[in-house]
Design a protein around this ligand. Structure first.
Ligand code: HEC
Length: 206
């Protein structure tokens, strides 16, 4: 029969032995694992090297032709003047975009965030940047022969000194903004057609 103290010593040695063999110098070695799949998942770690692909990187580009969920496609006429003319002639407002109260409220908000500082709340080209003379040459929408197609094109590719806003607003948001811009333009042109609106008055009311 072993003495109690000897049993305790044996346990202590056994435990210490276990601790030693369960550790390795390698940083990523987790020692003994119960259900290893839970620690070392079969999924590849982002950006870690792998033998699975010839370029040995786990970061893959999307399959050709993949589009993000919810993406709205549009005919791409190109950024140049010919593209602009084609957009003017052929680019139509998608039927899924309807000028509901909700859509127009969203459109106004988007316009205020992305366009108002140059084009002004009413689209007269008198935004805060223009007033502070930080940005010049911003037209009054009423002076431009624009339609939904050209507005979409201009937001996507920019025009002259106006830069592209494609990275800021999705195609769907661009159409909504286009609705709002045309509404502003209608408001700007309507009184001028009915009565001879004096130019100064309109400038004052922005
Ligand atoms: C940094 C100032 C600036 C911002 C921001 C800006 N624009 Fe412009 N925009 C301009 C200038 C300048 C022009 C004149 C470009 C030209 O015709 O050379 C212009 C022109 C336009 C035109 C007339 C283009 C045509 O067909 O003649 C439209 C429409 C327009 N912008 C819409 C927008 C919309 C919508 C936004 C917001 C998504 C926006 N802009 C944001 C400066 C700006």
């Amino acid at each position: 029969m072993l003495k109690k103290g000897t049993i305790n010593k044996l346990f202590a040695f056994g435990f210490a032995g276990l601790m030693l063999v369960s550790c390795k110098q390698e940083e990523n070695h987790r020692g003994w694992q119960y259900m290893p799949d839970m620690y070392d998942g079969p999924a590849l770690e982002a950006y870690s090297p792998t033998d699975l692909f010839s370029d040995s990187t786990s970061a893959r580009t999307p399959v050709k032709g993949t589009i993000p969920r919810g993406f709205m496609s549009y005919p791409d006429f190109g950024a140049d003047a010919a593209g602009y003319d084609s957009a003017k002639a052929y680019l139509q407002m998608p039927s899924s975009i309807v000028a509901s109260e909700e859509t127009m409220a969203e459109a106004k908000e988007l316009y205020t965030i992305f366009c108002g500082h140059c084009h002004g709340d009413k689209g007269m080209g008198q935004g805060v940047l223009v007033k502070n003379e930080k940005f010049l040459g911003v037209p009054n929408y009423a002076d431009r022969d624009i339609n939904f197609g050209t507005i979409f094109h201009v937001i996507t590719y920019g025009k002259g000194v106006m830069g592209s806003h494609a990275s800021q607003v999705t195609p769907e948001e661009r159409w909504k903004i286009a609705l709002y811009v045309m509404q502003l333009r209608d408001e700007l042109t309507a009184p001028a057609e009915e009565e001879e609106a004096p130019a100064e008055e309109t400038t004052e009311s922005l």
